[in-house]
Design a protein around this ligand. Structure first.
Ligand code: URA
Length: 435
C-alpha cells in the first residue's frame, strides 16, 4: 500500500477502506508517513468529506494508536462525561461527585485548559497537595474505594490524534466535522468508559458557535460512540454567556463547592441536572428522567455529593479542609469593580471575551507549558436578562497585576451587551441527541 495512492483516491472522492485507514494512521504514528503527505490527505478530506463508516474507522484507528484503558475490573457501569469546552464550565466538579453519590463509578481522565477555556485538572490543583498523576493501579483502587477518581490524560492516549491535531492546526484543516468528531471521540473511547455523555457547547464562547454546527457535531459523535459499542448521548447546551458566575480556577472551585451545598447558580445547575439525568439513566441509577432528576436533587439536599467530593479530594492527596472552608482558598491581591454606564438589561455576555480576560489576567494558558495563576479571574455580578443602572457593578476582576487588570477591564466592558428591552429567556439545553 502507498500513501500516494490513498491521497489520490481520496482526492477523487472514493471512500477509503478500513485497511487503508489503519495503514495511514499506523504509518503516521510511527513516523513512516511524512507530515506533507498527511497534510495533503487532511486537505483532501476537508474537500471530499468522509462517510460514516470511514469516520468510525478513523476514530477507532486513532483510539488504538496508544493505550486503551480497560476499566472492566471496576464493578458497575462506568459513565464518562465530556465537554467540548466553554468559559466558566465547572460542571464536572459538581457532577462527578453527584454521580458517584448515586453509586455509579466515576473513572475520569481529564485535561488541562488551553486558550480561553479552562480544564478540570487545573481547577482540582487549587487544593494544596491534590494530584492527578495517578498510576493506573492507584486510579482503579481509588474508584473502587471512593467511587470516583480523576486522573490526567496519559501521555500515550491516542498519540495519532495528538500528532494529527497539531498538523491540522497549522494546515487549516481543523474545521472538518469528521476530523473534529473523530479526534474528540478517539480520546474518549481510549478512556475506557461503558457509556458517554457529551456536553456540546454552542454560542460565542464555544468551539461550535452556530447551533446547527453544534448539532451536526453532536450527531456525528453520537454515531461514532454507538458505532464503537459505547452508549453515547449528547446534550447541546448554551455557551452564549459564561456558565455560572465565576471564571478562573479558584473562583470556579468555590462556585462548584457552593453548588454542592445547594447554592449553585441557576444556569449552571440546569446544565448539571440535564447532563446528570442522562448519566444516571445510562448508569442504571434510574429508569426514567424524572426519577433521575429527583435522585440528583436528593444527593445535593442530603449532602452526600458534597461528602463524596471531600472524600475524593482527600484520597488524591488534597487538603479537604478547603472543601469545608472554601473561603480560605487564596484570593487575588486586587479586586476591581467593572462599573456599568447604561440603563437597560443585559442582552448577552460574550463568553469568549470573558475567557480572554481571564487569560490576560494569567488564569489560562497561551501555550501548553504556561504556568497559570490559580487565584485570578472574573466574578460576574450581572447575567443575561438582569436589569442594570449606571453605577452598578457588572463584574469583579480578581487580579495580581494592575496593568493586566486594566486590560481585562476593557474586555469585560466589551463583553457586556446592554439593551433597552428585557431579552426573552434562553433555554440552557438546546436539545438532546441520542442514537
Ligand atoms: N478538540 C479536539 O480534541 N479535537 C479537535 O479536532 C477539535 C477540538
Amino acid at each position: 500500500m502507498r500513501m500516494y495512492d490513498l491521497i489520490q483516491k481520496k482526492k477523487q472522492g472514493t471512500p477509503l477502506t478500513k485497511e487503508e485507514i489503519s495503514f495511514m494512521i499506523q504509518g503516521y504514528t510511527k513516523g513512516e508517513i511524512p507530515d506533507y503527505q498527511m497534510s495533503a490527505m487532511m486537505m483532501a478530506i476537508c474537500f471530499q468529506g468522509m462517510t460514516d463508516a470511514e469516520t468510525l474507522e478513523l476514530t477507532l484507528a486513532m483510539r488504538d494508536s496508544g493505550d486503551v484503558l480497560d476499566l472492566s475490573e471496576i464493578p458497575g457501569k462506568k459513565v464518562d462525561k465530556h465537554s467540548t469546552g466553554g468559559v466558566g464550565d465547572k460542571t464536572s466538579l459538581v457532577l462527578a461527585p453527584m454521580i458517584a453519590a448515586l453509586g455509579i463509578p466515576v473513572a475520569k481522565m481529564s485535561g488541562r485548559g488551553l486558550g480561553h477555556t479552562g480544564g478540570t485538572i487545573d481547577k482540582l490543583e487549587c487544593f494544596p497537595g491534590f494530584t492527578t498523576g495517578l498510576t493506573e493501579r492507584q486510579f482503579f483502587d481509588a474508584v473502587k474505594t471512593v467511587g470516583m477518581a480523576i486522573m490526567g490524560q496519559t501521555a500515550n492516549l491516542a498519540p495519532a490524534d495528538k500528532k494529527l491535531y497539531a498538523l491540522r492546526d497549522v494546515t487549516a484543516t481543523v474545521n472538518q466535522l469528521s476530523l473534529i468528531a473523530g479526534s474528540i471521540m478517539s480520546k474518549k473511547l481510549a478512556s475506557g468508559a461503558d457509556a458517554i455523555v457529551l456536553d456540546v457547547k454552542t454560542g460565542n464562547g464555544a468551539f461550535m458557535q452556530k447551533e446547527e454546527d453544534a448539532f451536526a457535531l453532536a450527531r456525528e459523535m453520537v454515531r461514532i460512540g454507538n458505532g464503537a459499542g459505547r452508549e453515547t448521548v449528547a446534550v447541546v447546551t448554551d455557551m452564549d454567556q459564561p456558565l455560572g458566575n465565576a471564571v478562573g480556577n479558584i473562583l470556579e472551585v468555590k462556585e462548584a463547592i457552593l453548588s454542592l451545598n445547594g447554592q449553585g447558580p441557576a444556569d449552571l445547575m440546569e446544565v448539571v441536572y440535564a447532563l446528570g439525568t442522562r448519566m444516571a439513566l445510562l448508569g442504571g441509577a434510574a429508569a426514567a428522567p424524572e426519577e433521575a432528576l429527583e435522585k440528583l436533587k436528593q444527593v445535593i439536599i442530603n449532602g452526600s455529593a458534597l461528602e463524596k467530593f471531600k472524600e475524593f479530594v482527600k484520597n488524591q492527596g488534597g487538603d479537604d479542609s478547603f472543601v469545608s472552608n472554601p473561603q480560605l482558598l487564596p484570593n487575588a491581591k486586587h479586586l476591581l469593580k467593572v462599573e456599568n454606564t447604561q440603563s437597560g438589561y443585559v442582552q448577552r455576555i460574550l463568553a469568549q471575551e470573558v475567557g480572554l480576560a481571564s487569560l490576560v489576567l494569567g488564569g489560562g494558558r497561551t501555550t501548553k507549558d504556561s504556568v497559570i495563576d490559580l487565584s485570578v479571574g472574573i466574578l460576574l455580578e450581572k447575567k443575561r436578562g438582569d436589569a442594570v443602572a449606571p453605577g452598578d457593578s457588572l463584574a469583579i476582576i480578581y487580579a495580581n497585576d494592575m496593568e493586566k487588570a486594566i486590560e481585562a477591564y476593557g474586555k469585560i466592558v466589551r463583553a457586556y451587551e446592554i439593551g433597552e428591552e428585557k431579552p426573552a429567556p434562553v433555554p440552557m439545553v438546546k436539545g438532546i441527541v441520542t442514537g
